[in-house]
Design a protein around this ligand. Structure first.
Ligand code: SAM
Length: 242
């Protein structure tokens, strides 16, 4: 299913208050958040990050990482209510802009890094390509794109949790998720103008088992899964603009 951008705005308007708690408040959510932040920090903080754009920031899961590391960032999202939640989480000092990822209101080659998390899986390949082209347009040559996708390789592991979640939370059968293959995604990004592409895995519902016993143990298991991309819930892909 592809809702289109207009439908997503009303969907997230209604979900805004519950979004952060439902995604990042539970045992697995907290673990995913820590693993995701560790992966993003490795990519963003290894060298001076310069000016960073975050696309579809939602309630600020990744924005908090940018903000707490003193990064010069702008974060944007389509949905005002999600931005309001994000701003509250950032102590009302968030540098937040309402924007549609299909037409970013920023000049060409203005950012050193563009990051977008847990967003592109909402869209089919055609919309993903259009949004990625926009993100790459605003990136300066030599700048880095960091984006993530739901992992096609582990779709069978994800199918049952996604089905239960959609039935219980939304009383619907079909999830919004589009799964990406790592190879095809890297090829698409190469065509759109990126070099030095690489991807690594993040999260995985199998981690729920060690998480029942110990959060630090589950975190160590999650770090170990990063290269085992066939088992992870998502993969993060990064590349450098030509
Ligand atoms: C699943 S949430 C992800 C939020 C956050 N990035 C995270 O990692 O938790 C998806 C977000 O995409 C936003 N969104 C949906 N369509 C959009 C569009 N066309 N342009 C910008 N943001 C959009 C929604 O408002 C929502 O905040």
């Amino acid at each position: 299913m592809n809702r289109g951008t207009g439908d997503y705005e009303s969907f997230y308007e209604a979900l805004a208050q519950r979004y952060h708690g439902s995604r990042y408040g539970g045992r697995y959510g907290r673990l995913f958040r820590a693993l995701h932040h560790a992966c993003l920090a490795d990519l963003l903080l290894r060298r001076a990050p310069g000016r960073v754009l975050e696309v579809a920031c939602g309630t600020g899961h990744t924005t908090e990482l940018l903000d707490s590391n003193g990064i010069d960032y702008v974060a944007c999202d389509l949905t005002q209510a999600m931005l309001a939640q994000s701003d509250a989480r950032l102590g009302n000092r968030g540098r937040l802009v309402r924007a549609n990822a299909l037409a970013l209101p920023f000049g060409t080659a203005t950012f050193d890094n563009v990051v977008s998390t847990r967003f592109l899986h909402l869209f089919d390949a055609e919309h993903q390509r259009a949004m990625l082209a926009e993100m790459i347009r605003v990136l300066r040559p030599g700048g880095r794109l960091i984006v993530d996708f739901d992992n096609f390789a582990s779709r069978w592991i994800l199918a049952l949790p996604h089905l239960l979640y959609n039935l219980l939370a939304y009383r619907r059968l079909a999830p919004d998720t589009h799964y990406n293959r790592i190879g095809a995604t890297e090829r698409m990004l190469a065509v759109l103008g990126l070099d030095d592409l690489r991807s690594e895995g993040v999260g995985g519902y199998l981690l729920v088992i060690p998480a029942m016993f110990s959060a630090p143990l589950a975190y160590r298991a999650g770090r170990a899964l990063r290269p085992l991309r066939c088992l992870t819930e998502q993969f993060v892909t990064t590349g450098i603009k030509r």
